[in-house]
Design a protein around this ligand. Structure first.
Ligand SMILES: Nc1nc2c(c(=O)[nH]1)N[C@H]1C(S)=C(S)[C@@H](COP(=O)(O)O)O[C@H]1N2
Ligand SMILES: [Mo]
Length: 243
């Protein structure tokens, strides 16, 4: 399995510095671009790094690009054919959907920025998927329910949303990103995309949506990040992307 080293530090270690350390082979990188890009970057940046550590981020040709994160240190894999999404819990009719079934439901298209709480941002990313509200209506949410617990098939990452948040039109179960089926690195074949919140809410490798009556904070929320991770309003705010 491809290896992705460390998750982002809960305290919000500046990403720029971790990128640099990783590229110098000093460890501590939670980032994977693909080996070719990375080795080119190492070659180009090493001399700059040695001369000027603090000013380095402005030279990084990674501005506006995604970093690939996985808290397990690995990239789990499910083919498009074997993929299944389960929606269960406090619902009238639990459902298990294939990728073609997801594609056959009413679709939502969004073009929105993707912003990690550590400061990096990718502007204007095109997404396509099914609004969570459509899935919730399909299974029939019971009156006692008020939250969702979302599970990844990486076996470790979870997220939470209130039902009100989940019913927003800009919260989708995404199967397409930048014009292609969501890639394995980006959490494919299906991930969550919570447009109004920081990236940590956008759970990758989505496997299960459980409707519940109690709030169960997600992975990073257990390390102190806001449960309501609104971009610009919550505790991880970074006005200036670091790289
Ligand atoms: N399963 C899983 N989902 C995850 C993460 C993760 O480590 N594991 N990281 C989160 C964080 S902090 C961010 S910023 C985004 C990054 O998405 P990307 O890897 O596609 O750039 O995924 C989010 N979803
Ligand atoms: Mo993030």
């Amino acid at each position: 399995m491809a290896k992705v080293d460390a998750p982002e530090a809960p305290e919000g270690t500046p990403v720029g510095r971790r990128v640099i350390l990783g590229m110098l082979g000093l460890g501590a990188a939670g980032i994977l671009w693909g080996a070719k890009v990375q080795s080119t970057l190492e070659r180009v940046l090493r001399p700059i790094t040695l001369r000027d550590r603090t000013g380095l981020t402005s030279f990084l040709p990674t501005a506006g690009r995604f970093r690939i994160y996985s808290v397990t240190g690995a990239l789990p894999s499910e083919t498009e054919a074997e993929y299944r999404l389960t929606v269960d819990g406090l619902v009238d009719t639990p459902a298990t959907l294939t990728l073609p079934e997801l594609r056959a439901l009413p679709q939502t298209n969004l073009v929105r920025d993707f912003q990690c709480v550590t400061g990096w941002r990718v502007p204007g990313v095109p997404w396509q998927g099914v609004a969570l509200s459509v899935l919730l209506d399909k299974v029939g949410v019971q009156p006692t329910a008020s939250y969702l617990r979302l599970y990844s098939f990486d076996g470790e990452y979870t997220e939470s949303l209130s039902l009100d948040q989940a019913r927003r039109p800009d919260v989708i179960v995404a199967h397409t990103m930048q014009g292609q089926t969501v890639t394995r690195e980006h959490g494919g074949p299906v991930r969550l995309y919570v447009a109004p919140m920081y990236g940590y809410k956008s759970l990758k490798w989505l496997q299960r949506i459980e409707v519940t009556d109690e709030l169960d904070p997600g992975y990073w929320e257990q390390y102190g990040y806001d449960i309501d991770g609104w971009v610009g309003k919550s505790n991880g705010r970074h006005d200036q992307p670091t790289s």
